[in-house]
Design a protein around this ligand. Sequence first.
Ligand code: ADP
Ligand code: ADP
Length: 237
Amino acid sequence: MIEFINVEKTYPNNVKALQNINLKINKGEFVAVIGLSGAGKSTLIRCINRMHDISDGQLIVDGVEVKKLRGNEIRKFRRRIGMIFQSFNLVTRTTVIKNVLVSFVPQLSFFRKVTGLFSKEHKIKALTALDQVGILDKAYVRVDQLSGGQQQRVALARTLAQNPDIILADEPIASLDPVTSKQVMDDFKRINQEMDISVIMNIHHVEIALEYADRIIGVREGQVVFDGKSADVTDEV
Ligand code: ADP
Ligand code: ADP
């Protein structure tokens, strides 16, 4: 469902962040992208939802060539692809449910946008998403009252409320302690398995990548240097 064909990405400062990337990622896969800082992991992930434009080659998602999308098509396309960041990107001074409801704003009628009223259907969807990540009881708590792990789950719920086919996660546990990291990784795994959502995650904890992902893609200096099943990775790699 995601295919990179000879993809290159050169930033305006002439840094070649990606070179000759050829990959196929199937629906439902849980992929961990590993590599040192500066290897190109973040760039690789961010090209998929067109946060970054590729410089050359083709990137195809569900049969659509991503760089050919225009205006409204880009917005629609991005709604199917959830994005999770290291810094949770939440509005911390408001409630959990409001943070999730924000994801519906683009779909609201003009009246609802102006009045800030969400429909019952949207509220049910938001609460369902919070339930899916185990923080329904926090729905009316302010985000700044929550732990880092709980905040990352709010971000995950916000993404789930969109019914995405794919979730991209850029170092989602990098700022969490080991115990919380595992809880968040458990959520990703459950979402991947039970909801059949593909997960593509940058992660620098190799052991955690091996434990949770089905497939490991190793990136070094902008190139894929390893691609295999987690189960096949031995001590030699
Ligand atoms: P990683 O996620 O593996 O740390 P990145 O994809 O963030 O790697 O970065 C790959 C290379 O591209 C690095 O050399 C980085 O400095 C550079 N880079 C990343 N983003 C930009 C940008 N917006 N402009 C210029 N160079 C960038
Ligand atoms: P994150 O871990 O949230 O991706 P980074 O520190 O990797 O944060 O990058 C922060 C931002 O700076 C990103 O938008 C990235 O594209 C950009 N960036 C990274 N490296 C460079 C660079 N060498 N020149 C310009 N922008 C960069």
